[in-house]
Structures are given as structure tokens and as C-alpha cells.
Design a binder for this molecule. Sequence first.
Ligand code: NDP
Ligand code: OXD
Length: 309
Amino acid sequence: MTLLLLGEFEDTQVWISAIKTHQPDLKIEVYPDVDNLADIDAVLVWMHPLGVIEKFPNLKVIISTGAGVDHILRDPNLPANIPIVRLVDESLTSQMSEYILLAILQFHRQFADYKIQQNQQLWRGLSPRNTENCTVGILGLGVLGSDIAQKLNILGFSVRGWSRTPKILDNINCFSGETQLNLFLSECSVLVCLLPLTPETEGILNQKTFAALPQGAYLINVARGKHLVEEDLLTALTSGQLSGACLDVFPIEPLPENHPFWRHPQIIVTPHIAAKTIPTCVAPQIITAMQNSQEGLILNNTIDLSKGY
Ligand code: NDP
Ligand code: OXD
């Protein structure tokens, strides 16, 4: 079997050695150095060059190096009937929940205000906030959304979530579908976006959504940059409808040098690191996906193209 690494990889050698630890005899090539197009059985991809995946006549599976697959589905020339598999991984899930917890707690415990006071050498306690009165709303109750929802619930936050189909989760107030979106938003002190990027969810973090939140709500976007209408965020921060935002993802990455978010006092910017795949953690599931596709067995974590995630 031959696996091809295709697209953007920080360090292909790290991936190759992680995968080979589990299957030393696997042939791994790195695009564009391909011996024979017909030898490629599987591609491991992140932001691949468009139109390349269709060139491998014996391809059996397309594997994302991450949880999201919008970077694959942006290719209009994907071969039909080749399954797309995404990664579902404990370390990815824990990293994401840690990031969101950190962002929520710094907002909830008013760290930005204390930093301003520190700069003024001002020793003054602000009014404390009751945790159970802080409602966190999570857009997307999938693998990542349901994990952070449960962790926040343990910490005493009031937690609600929104998904496409109805859900029942212990102690989480669950809403679904467009008809329940405004009701869901109406009490969120913090709104966290953990939706996949699809035609239905693109631009969902917009003026209308912000207006449906309580005044002074805090936004955390860890899903995709295109979920957010950036100008609407700037307007909502200026008006006070939102009090701040923590953003990990952007429509153009790296965030352009002159982008207003870099220096905005109410925005925290991180470089798409909320949850980064650790090759040694995911190598076994990549090999399993390859083997199962080779043997015609059922694959885990496949994408339903009709839903787009
Ligand atoms: P899942 O597929 O497990 O969950 C997606 C959730 O979104 C589901 O609950 C789904 O509803 C819901 N959803 C999808 N479409 C809609 C819609 N139109 N309306 C309402 N709800 C909708 O994804 P994950 O939790 O694994 O990952 C979510 C996203 O996080 C990824 O797609 C990726 O973009 C992003 N991500 C970002 C990272 C980072 O470092 N910043 C790292 C990893 C992921 P239902 O349950 O009904 O299907
Ligand atoms: C992912 C990501 O989708 O890192 O895994 O964004």
C-alpha cells in the first residue's frame, strides 16, 4: 500500500516517522514526488492543491489530517465515490476543550479588566460573577461541542447547545434547527462556535446573531474563519452589543499584516492552534482507515457528502 502526503504539512518527516512506527513497511510519498500515480492507495491531506486528488486512478480513501473537511470539499474536482475520512482523536478534543475553557474563564473572571488595572497599578476587586448565572451557548454539539459542554457543566456553568438534529445530553439545554436559533441565543453570555463550515453555516456569526444575544456577550470562534462576518463583529464591539471576542480561525490564514483584529483591544487572536493534530496520536487510525479501505471494510468517521460534514 502507498500513502501520499498531499498539501500543507508543518513537518512531513514527523508524520512519516509517526505512521511508520505503526507500519514500518508502508510506502509513504510526499507530493509532488510521486513515483507512479496508479500506486497511490490513500491520500492524507490538508489544504491540498486543487485538482490533484482526481489524478490517482486507484485511490481508495481520502483522509483529513484534522477534524474538519471543508479544506477537502473546497475542491470542485474530487473523484466521485471515494470515501472521505476525518480524524476524531482524544488529544484533539482535550486541546479544544482546554482552549475554550481558558477563553471563557479569562472573560468570566474579567482578566482583561484586571490587566488594565495592573497597568495603572490599581488594586481594586471588581464585582464577582456567579458562575451558574453565566450561560455558555455552544453552536455545534458534535465530538468537540459535546465534550466542552460536559466539562463546563461540571464547573457549574449553565450550558446550552445548538445542533442540526435534536439531541438529549445530561444537564445541557439542547436546541436544534433554524427555528430554535434565536431562542438558543437569547440567554448566552458566551457564544462558542464549533460548527463545521458548510453552505448552511457560513456567515452564521453575523449582525442578526449578535443582536439576538444578551448585550455584552462574549464570542469565541474556534471553528472556521468564514463562519464570521468580520465587519459585523467590529460593529458589535463598537456598539457594546459584544464585549469581546477570542478568535482562532480566519478566512485568510495567516491573518494579514494590516488586519484590524491584530491590534483591537477587545479581540484575542491566536494562530489556528486551538487543537492541533499530534501525528503520533492519530497514526493508528490513519493506518486502520487505509487497511479497511483496502479490504472493503466499513470505515470510521466518514463524511456524509449530503450534509457536508
Ligand atoms: P462534528 O461533525 O462532530 O459536529 C458538528 C456539529 O455541528 C454537530 O452537532 C452538527 O449537528 C452541527 N451542525 C452542522 N451543521 C449544522 C447546521 N446547519 N445547523 C446546526 N448545527 C449544525 O464536528 P467536530 O465537533 O469534530 O468539529 C467541529 C469543527 O471544529 C470542525 O469542522 C472544524 O472546522 C473545527 N475545528 C477547529 C480546530 C481548530 O484548531 N481551530 C480543530 C478541530 C476542529 P448534528 O449533531 O445534528 O449533526
Ligand atoms: C482541524 C483543524 O480541522 O485543526 O482539525 O482546524
